[in-house]
Design a binder for this molecule. Structure first.
Ligand SMILES: [Zn+2]
Length: 258
């Protein structure tokens, strides 16, 4: 059984992050640190364990900011670059610890094999390349990380299958556009739920704010945090004011304990 789970928001931004390179949008120019968002990821810590959900292009910076000394594994939601592009930067963990476990859908593993062929190469492998241990995640098959059980939750990102993950009273979902009722049942009872809310206008593959709030209402957690946020959602302080009492915008470096 796990002791208290500490969740650190390593990044809460959409694929380009905030600010967007070269943008003069007011949110991109904001001085408020809460308006600066790296690519989306969370660190899950309990007992002596550290796991991350996703490993995007800001992974190195995120590990340095939070002084993460060891990593027990990476859970992947899906294969898009903003969730996977940092894989090479597991090297310092690999050099100290050996193979790093990854947990992902078979399709995601195949995608990683294409894009990081040298990491998965078995013969004549370059000595500086890291090695991962592959753990395939299947829907309706809970699995263990450390001493905790994880329930995968199947959602859709437009047409693409994506996994969310529930550990005890905590559920993390990102890149959701739709979710079946039977998957909602797996989330119900969570005290804290994290879900994506991209912007105010509808989007083909992400919940907008209205859809995220409707989803939260259905699941009815004690608290919900919104993530995978684009500059088009608006200024952090302004959006916070219009949210229901139990809903907050996540921001980079926010830590919560469940
Ligand atoms: Zn994404």
């Amino acid at each position: 059984m796990m002791n208290k789970l500490r969740v650190t928001f390593l990044g809460t931004g959409t694929s380009q992050g905030i600010p967007i390179i070269g943008s003069t949008h007011p949110v991109c120019l904001s001085d408020n640190p809460k308006d600066k968002r790296l690519r989306v990821s969370v660190l899950l810590s309990w007992d002596d364990y550290n796991f991350v959900i996703d490993c995007g292009p800001d992974f190195r910076q995120q590990m340095l900011t939070h002084n993460v000394r060891h990593l027990d594994g990476i859970l992947y939601t899906h294969e898009h670059s903003d969730h996977t592009a940092g894989l090479d930067d597991i090297r310092p963990f690999f050099f100290r610890q050996g193979n790093i476990p990854i947990y992902a859908h078979k399709r995601v593993v195949e995608s990683l094999k294409t894009r990081f062929a040298y990491i998965f190469q078995e013969k004549n492998k370059y000595p500086g390349a890291p090695t991962v241990d592959i753990n395939l995640v299947k829907n309706n098959e809970p699995f263990k990380i450390g001493n905790s059980e994880v329930t995968p939750i199947n959602v859709l990102h437009n047409q693409l299958q994506v996994f969310g993950f529930r550990l005890g009273d905590f559920t993390y979902l990102t890149d959701v556009k739709s979710i079946e009722d039977k998957e909602l049942e797996k989330i119900k009872g969570s005290k804290v739920v994290v879900v994506n809310a991209l912007r105010l206008e509808p989007h083909i593959s992400h919940f907008n704010l209205e859809e995220a709030l409707a989803f939260i209402k259905k699941v009815n957690p004690d608290k919900a945090y919104l993530t995978h946020i684009s500059h088009l959602l608006g200024f952090h302080e302004e959006v916070e004011k219009i949210l229901p009492k139990n809903v907050h915008l996540a921001y980079d470096n926010l830590t919560i304990t469940i």
